[in-house]
Design a protein around this ligand. Sequence first.
Ligand SMILES: [Zn+2]
Length: 365
Amino acid sequence: MTISAITGYLESLAPLAYQESYDNAGLITGSGDWECRGILTTLDATEDVVGEAVRRGCNLVVAHHPIVFGGLKKITGRNYVERTVIRAIKEDVAIYAIHTNLDNVVAGGVNGRIAQKLGIRGGRSLLSRAGTLQKLFCFVPFEHLELVRGAIFSAGAGHIGGYSECSFGTEGLGTFKGGEGTTPFVGEPGSRHTEKEVRLEVILPSHLSRGVVQAMIAAHPYEEVAYDLVPLANTWDGVGSGLIGELPEPMEEKAFLSLIKKQFGVPVVRHTPLTGRPVSRVAVCGGAGSFLISNALSAGANFYITSDVKYHEFFDADGRLVIADIGHFESEQFTIDLLFEVLQEKFRNFAVLKSETKTNPINYF
Ligand SMILES: [Zn+2]
């Protein structure tokens, strides 16, 4: 199996188009054409992790954080980034990063896994991502409507919230005149034909548009299929930053802090003053999440669990919610399991391993 077959699968779950503009997700070293011998999942692709991959017979490291972020001007081994890249290239190890694109997939991503660990239900994004939805309009002869509609649904279009197979059809008359060399499905070339058609419209995630259009064309009887693919201003709470959801039962604040400590194995949680109110609505953002404090407040969260919160940012809680900083590595640690599980599930009988290298640079004393 090639490395691109594996990374292609990961991108079907977390499309590269979902990454933030500052990010560098994707293949960082190596080639998609290489035959993959084994996969090692990790949060950070450090030099030690590349060494571990070689030792354990893996030539693909799937990491959450991109080892190269802002570009490299020299590769002389002066710092850990350059040394990791040199080692990976020397040892023929491909490094692949699945970063903010995985953060932004709400249910199946980094934050969905954090929510699962705390029993948070009904997760939706704290800040929905724009540009993730499109509308497909196509014109189908009446008798072929169900065939084309079914093909479009099977390719992943037509989901709105908890509903699937959503579409709308308007009956009307289509006209066309085939030119020289055409073989129209109905009518004769050179004369205008009028056909009873349905204008079928369906919503779809932008990253699936190519597959949906291909499926539509394959199922459609016409030689030339008339369709319009239009970007939408609608947002979708299945893709975006952070997650907010509900606890099954309200909890007392201290009991919830104890649950966080237990589930994330953290010796200490930095948090703002407790409010005295029960915790029922909880917001989370794995990694650095200060940019979502105002979203957590306006969404009515009682608790916001994240990391890398600065001193002055803690003041933003303002007695309205509890900000809990549990540490960057700690908040994202289960991403290693998430990547391991999705890869092992998809590529059975293939060596998928979890890294045993401790990459968290932060210690507690
Ligand atoms: Zn992170």
